[in-house]
Write a protein that binds this ligand. Structure first.
Ligand code: ARG
Length: 450
């Protein structure tokens, strides 16, 4: 039985039922019940329902809540959505007084509320997960000690940096992914309950009461906006999307690190898969799927924006589709954070030393430190690179006479700047790729992550 059947002479066609019924929203069950309990409290306080009705509704809802918590709540094929299912079950438990629950409320403000409660709940979970993930990166950075690698630009070796510095870049990105969830939580702190179908109600409600009991800071200022806007849902999906892109970049790096060609890292057997054909294979599938699944979350971002772009005011059924996108984005992020965190925590790093060419900028900076304009120093070292490469040599086997061939202002100490180990030790710029900066970063990150 639908909530609206009486207006129709015909029962809904099976085709309509299958096309329109929402089952994705079942996971809003606990939020829907929390919202209904707060609504009853408000109805009672303003005197729209009397004490005994309020008591009956509350007890009934608490009974349904207990069923929901223990997993005994049963959805029926005849339930149009989670809201209908709760009202149906409440009626089964307490009889006709259940009909008072929906006073001064519509499924339009109800679903907007449920969604906010849900986002608030899972955003807190995702924040904790991101923190654990970033801490795992900080631990990995600490574990690799003073290992030096090349940092790449244009996929070509650029400068020598501590491996820890490279790993920590992802921790800083994760910190901003966390901040985006925290920031969104502030905007979510406004209850839409009381907006009704979109125009408010003639009954003497007080939306502040239900908002306060649900822990919201404030209430909606416009009932049309309250039921028709999904910008916060879209923002939630984007925040998931950006976090997935952070993870996808890390996943791509982790895949490169494990190649024969890079040889930076290996992952635990239990975090990798094998090949049915090639016995030697050890495949980092979790990282591949993290990269792959970010594509579908990017799709969710596009879809939830597109869902809103042409909607006339106010509520339209199109909005039902927001939940699937939001749940999918959030589930994917939750799973991916766990998978990559485990892989990072179990990774063993032993990268090869970078090529000696990563010292070229340091060599130019040695001249610059003595007052030679950087552009000129760059030119001089460039000439040295040409000289050495055309002789099939590298910076590693250059000596002072090679340096003097291109400029006699070089001194023998400049050759020391060429070694990657020396380079990361002498680098002093704040936040730069040096061991001291890494120590500071790990400390700071751990403080920021609590
Ligand atoms: N399932 C609907 C949604 O998710 C709930 C609101 C339905 N409102 C309505 N007037 N049919 O948007």
């Amino acid at each position: 039985m639908t909530l609206w059947g009486s207006r129709f002479e015909d029962a809904p066609d099976e085709l309509l039922w299958h096309y329109t019924v929402d089952t994705a929203d079942r996971r809003l069950l606990l939020d829907d019940l929390a919202g209904s309990l707060a609504h009853v409290g408000m109805l009672e306080q303003v005197g729209i329902v009397d004490d005994s009705e309020g008591e009956a509704l509350r007890r009934g809802l608490e009974g349904v809540l207990a069923e929901a918590r223990s997993g005994d709540f049963e959805f029926l094929d005849s339930d149009e959505d989670v809201h209908s299912a709760v009202e149906r079950r409440l009626g089964e438990r307490i009889g006709s007084v259940a009909g008072k629950l929906h006073t001064a409320r519509s499924r339009n403000d109800q679903v907007a509320l449920d969604l906010r409660l849900y986002m608030r709940r899972v955003a807190a979970d995702r924040i904790s997960q991101i923190e654990l993930f970033a801490l795992a990166l900080a631990d990995a950075a600490e574990d690799v000690g003073e290992t030096v690698v090349a940092t790449y630009t244009h996929m070509q070796q650029g400068q020598a940096v501590p491996l820890a510095h490279h790993i920590l870049a992802y921790a800083w990105m994760a910190l901003r992914d966390r901040a985006r969830f925290e920031d969104l939580l502030k905007r979510l702190d406004e209850s839409p309950l009381g907006a009704g179908a979109g125009g408010g109600t003639s009954l003497p409600i007080d939306p502040e009461i239900s908002a306060t009991s649900l822990g919201f800071e404030t209430v909606f200022g416009n009932s049309i906006d309250a039921v028709a806007s999904r910008d916060l849902a879209a923002e939630f999906v984007f925040v998931c999307g950006q976090a997935m892109v952070t993870l996808s970049r890390l996943a791509e790096d982790m895949l490169l690190w494990a190649t024969e060609e890079y040889g930076w890292a290996t992952y635990l057997d239990r975090h990798t898969t094998g090949s049915s054909a090639m016995p030697q294979k050890k495949n980092p599938d979790m990282a591949e799927l993290a990269r792959g699944r970010s594509a579908s979350v990017i799709g969710d971002v596009t879809a939830i924006l597109a869902l809103q772009k042409g909607l006339p005011m106010a509520y339209n059924r199109d909005l039902q589709e927001d939940k699937r996108l939001l749940f999918h984005a959030d589930d994917t992020l939750a799973g991916t954070l766990s998978a990559l965190r485990a892989m990072i925590a179990g990774a063993t790093f032993s990268p090869p030393a970078p090529s000696s060419w990563v010292g070229a900028l340091d060599l130019a900076e040695a001249l610059t430190a003595r007052g030679i304009p950087f552009r000129e120093a760059h030119h001089i070292v460039g000439a040295l690179v040409v000289k050495l490469t055309s002789a099939g040599r590298t910076l590693a086997d250059a000596d002072l006479s090679d340096l003097h061939d291109v400029d006699n202002r070089f001194v023998s100490a400049d050759l020391e700047q060429i070694s990657p180990e020396h380079s990361v030790r002498s680098r002093t710029s704040p936040g730069g790729g040096s061991h001291t900066s890494v120590v500071t970063q790990i400390e700071k990150l751990r403080t920021l992550l609590g």
